[in-house]
Design a protein around this ligand. Structure first.
Ligand code: GDP
Ligand code: MN
Length: 397
C-alpha cells in the first residue's frame, strides 16, 4: 500500500523526521488559504499522486511540472487551478498519467544541496538497508546506472536495529560535518524508527536537503507498506486512497482474492500461487500475455469464484480466459458453480478454456457441460495454454 506525500509528512512529524511545514488542499481557494497561513515568503505547491517524477512531469493539457515555487498566495491559487482535476504524466505513471485531486502547499526551503536517502528491505541480505547518495534530486535511477560508486549502502541488523555509529557513517558518506552531520544522523535514526514501527517496505526521501541556513530537511517522501502487516496499523489503512489504485485490485480485495492486474489479454483463474505463476509462465511460453495473476486459494467459496470471474469479465483488455484448477482442498464443482453463478448475470463474450483436475473434477466438468456454456475443455496445463492462445489469436484474425 502507498500513501500520499502530505500523509507521509504527518508521519515524519510524529516520528521527529525534520521536514518543512505544509498543508494539503483540494480546491484552489483552500490552497490560497493554506499559503496565507504558512505566511512564508516563498511557497511550493506539489501535485499529490502516488508516483514520483512529478517535478519533471507534464499535464495532459500541456502544463509543465507538478512542483512549482510561488511567492504570493494568489499565485498558489492560480497554480492549484491549473493542476487540480488535471492528469499528470511522469516517467513513473505510464502514458495514461494520474488525476490530481489534491495539492500539497508547503513552505519553500532554500536549497543548498540535494541528497538522497532511502530505507528498504533488501531481499539478498534479508535485512533492512539504508541507501544514501550525494546525488539527490530527481534521477536516482540514472545515478545507480551510470555512477553506482556514488550510492552508499548500510545494512542493518534486523534485531539490533540501526546503530548510531551507522547513522554517523552515512552522514559522513553524504559529505556532512559538524552540526549538519549530527542533524542528518538524528534524521536517519528517526526515519529508521518510523520504517520499523509502521512496517514499511520502503521509505524514500528524495531530496533530503541541506538548506542555505544549514538545516537538514526531508523535502519529499515516498512510502510503501507491507500489505501483510497492515492489520496491525488501522491508522495507516485509513490513509488508503482508492482512487490511486487499480479498480480491478480494489474490487478483488473486497473478496479477499489474491489478484494482481497485468497488461496482457489472457485472464487466468487458478488455485494456488505457485500454479498461478506457472500458468502465467506457460501462457507466455505459448505466445500469449497474461491479463492478471489470480489465486483464488484453497478454500474459496462459490461467491468468491463468481466475484473473481466478474472482475475478469469487467476488464476490457481480456480477450480470453483460462481456468486452471488442480483440486486438492479446493473442489472443482465449487469452481464450476462459481463460474456458472457469474454467467447468470452476463454472457460469455470471449473464449473460455477450462482445465479441471483433482477433487470432484468429473462433477465440475458435468456441471459446466450440462449448463450448455461454450467451454473449450483442456486435459493438461500445456493443452489449456495452447488452446486459449490459439482461440484468442483465431478471434483476432
Ligand atoms: P518528485 O519529482 O515527484 O520526486 O517531487 P519532489 O518532491 O522530489 O520535487 C522535485 C524537485 O522540486 C526537488 O528535487 C526540488 O529540487 C524541488 N523542490 C521540492 N520542494 C522544494 C522546496 O521546498 N524548495 C525548493 N526550492 N525546491 C523544492
Ligand atoms: Mn522526489
Amino acid at each position: 500500500m502507498n500513501i500520499h506525500e502530505y500523509q507521509a509528512r504527518d508521519l515524519f512529524e510524529k516520528f521527529g523526521v525534520a521536514s518543512p511545514r505544509g498543508k494539503m488542499a483540494s480546491t484552489p481557494r483552500e490552497a490560497e488559504i493554506a499559503a496565507q497561513e504558512l505566511g512564508t515568503e516563498k511557497i511550493v505547491i506539489k501535485a499529490q499522486i502516488h508516483a514520483g517524477g512529478r517535478g519533471k512531469g507534464v499535464f495532459t493539457n500541456g502544463f509543465k511540472g507538478g512542483v512549482h515555487t510561488c511567492s504570493r498566495p494568489e499565485e498558489i491559487r492560480e497554480m492549484a487551478a491549473k493542476m487540480l482535476g488535471q492528469t499528470l504524466v511522469t516517467h513513473q505513471t505510464g502514458p495514461a498519467g494520474r488525476m490530481v485531486n489534491k495539492v500539497y502547499v508547503v513552505e519553500a526551503a532554500e536549497i543548498a544541496k540535494e541528497l538522497y536517502l532511502a530505507i528498504l528491505l533488501d531481499r539478498a541480505s534479508s535485512a533492512p538497508v539504508v541507501i544514501a547518495s550525494t546525488q539527490g534530486g530527481m534521477d536516482i535511477e540514472a545515478v545507480a546506472a551510470q555512477t553506482p560508486e556514488k550510492i552508499f549502502r548500510e545494512s542493518v541488523h534486523p534485531l539490533l536495529g540501526l546503530q548510531p555509529f551507522q547513522a554517523r557513517k552515512l552522514a559522513a558518506a553524504l559529505g556532512l560535518h559538524g552540526p549538519q552531520a549530527a542533524q542528518a544522523a538524528k534524521l536517519i535514526l528517526a526515519l529508521y524508527k518510523l520504517f520499523i514501527t509502521c512496517d514499511c517496505s520502503l521509505v524514500e526521501v528524495n531530496p533530503l536537503v541541506i538548506t542555505k541556513t544549514g538545516e537538514v530537511l526531508a523535502l519529499d517522501a515516498k512510502f510503501n507498506f507491507d500489505d501483510n502487516a497492515l492489520y496491525r496499523h488501522p491508522e495507516i489503512v485509513a490513509l488508503r486512497d482508492f482512487t490511486e489504485e487499480d479498480p480491478r485490485e480494489v474490487e478483488a480485495s473486497k473478496y479477499c482474492l489474491n489478484y494482481i492486474g497485468l497488461e496482457g489479454n489472457i485472464a487466468c483463474l487458478v488455485n494456488g500461487a505457485g500454479l498461478a505463476m506457472a500458468t502465467m509462465d506457460i501462457i507466455k511460453h505459448c505466445g500469449g500475455e497474461p491479463a492478471n495473476f489470480l489465486d483464488v486459494g484453497g478454500s474459496a467459496t462459490k461467491e468468491q469464484v463468481a466475484a473473481a470471474f466478474k472482475i475478469i469479465l469487467s476488464d476490457p483488455n481480456v480477450k480470453g480466459i483460462l481456468v486452471n484448477i488442480f483440486g486438492g482442498i479446493m473442489r472443482c464443482d465449487i469452481i464450476a458453480e462459481g463460474i456458472l453463478a457469474a454467467m447468470q448475470e452476463t454472457h460469455l463474450p470471449v473464449p473460455l478454456v477450462v482445465r479441471l483436475e483433482g477433487s470432484n473434477a468429473n462433477l465440475g466438468k458435468k456441471l459446466i457441460k450440462d449448463s450448455g456454456l461454450a467451454v473449450i475443455s483442456a486435459d493438461s496445463l500445456a493443452d489449456g495454454a495452447e488452446k486459449i492462445v490459439a482461440a484468442v489469436k483465431a478471434q483476432a484474425a
